[in-house]
Design a protein around this ligand. Structure first.
Ligand code: FE2
Ligand code: FE2
Length: 295
């Protein structure tokens, strides 16, 4: 008898903003007026239906027999308390049992530089931040390790940090986390497991190139170097609002970017099925009402 594969839903960058609960203003205006207002609203307008889409994501999760949910951050637009509370509420049905939900914050989740922005994310998402190997923690919850059954493990690295300048949205995995990551990979409790490495920032773009300096992962080469010992694994990220997979020279693990699950016109995510050490990945798309598998 063949075992059931482990089914993983990976999505990212839902970018909840505080206006989504007040969208009824739209019905008081003509289409043209809404268009004009949206011009002034900038990027946030692309995420107006994020709440409806997350309700659909919950249905997708239930209908597709998902064992584990992975979210690679950017839950919010500005990291405001209210936005994080709404995001946490929308994720709630996917967070049971909590060990089957793994996440990292995105740069937008710690956007507001108030000193406690990391703390705010940790406080609201603490139920899903438990660590199976806490002895490797180097600062807060990171790296966060989750052992999944006998076959898989997840290592989540936090690369997000507040950027003081509004035109900067780059990130870094602190050296202490990278050092701990290298040690974790040698831990015999991970031997023979398929390793999913999670971080918010994309190590490579869809074309295999690096992201721009002010938008990318600053220590990307050190990170990819640290991933090289992984014989059987995958690197999962978000931050780039486009769903893609890409390989990079010298690293056996393929890179999967979830893109944004909610950005109008770009909605995407991944479904992974892991059978022993064989990973199958199927893109998920949005048809205006529901998420579906693009076979
Ligand atoms: Fe994002
Ligand atoms: Fe981001």
């Amino acid at each position: 008898m063949t075992e059931k594969p482990l089914r993983i839903l990976h999505f990212s960058d839902i970018h909840i903003n505080i206006q989504i609960r007040h969208m009824h203003w739209k019905k008081w205006f003509s289409k043209r007026a809404v268009g004009a207002i949206n011009l002034l609203r900038g990027r946030s307008k692309y995420f107006d239906d994020a709440e409806i889409k997350m309700e659909a994501m919950v249905r997708f999760k239930e209908e597709n027999d998902i064992d584990l949910v992975i979210n690679t951050g950017d839950y919010t637009a500005l990291g405001l308390e209210q936005e994080l509370v709404i995001a946490r509420e929308l994720m709630d049905p996917m967070m049971y049992p909590p060990q089957n939900y793994v996440t990292v914050p995105g740069n937008h989740d710690i956007y507001v530089h108030e000193g406690d922005s990391h703390y705010r994310f940790s406080r609201l998402f603490c139920s899903v931040l438990q660590n199976d190997l806490p002895e490797y923690c180097r600062g807060g919850h990171w790296p966060l390790v989750r052992l999944v059954g006998d076959n898989a493990a997840i290592i989540a690295l936090n690369s997000a940090r507040p950027n003081l300048l509004p035109w900067k949205s780059d990130g870094t995995i602190p050296d202490e986390q990278l050092e701990a990551f290298e040690e974790i990979l040698k831990d015999e409790r991970l031997a023979g497991r398929f390793i999913f490495v999670l971080t918010h920032y994309a190590p490579r773009l869809a074309n295999g190139h690096n992201d721009k300096k002010l938008h990318g992962l600053n220590n990307v080469e050190a990170f990819l170097q640290a991933c090289k010992p992984i014989q059987s694994g995958a690197i999962l990220c978000g931050h780039i609002h486009k769903t893609y997979r890409v390989r990079t020279h010298g690293v056996k693990s393929e890179i999967f970017c979830a893109g944004s699950a909610t950005m109008e016109g770009h909605e995407g995510a991944w479904l992974f099925e892991l059978q022993r050490d064989q990973l199958e990945a199927t893109p998920i798309r949005w048809d205006g009402e529901k998420y579906y598998l693009k076979q």
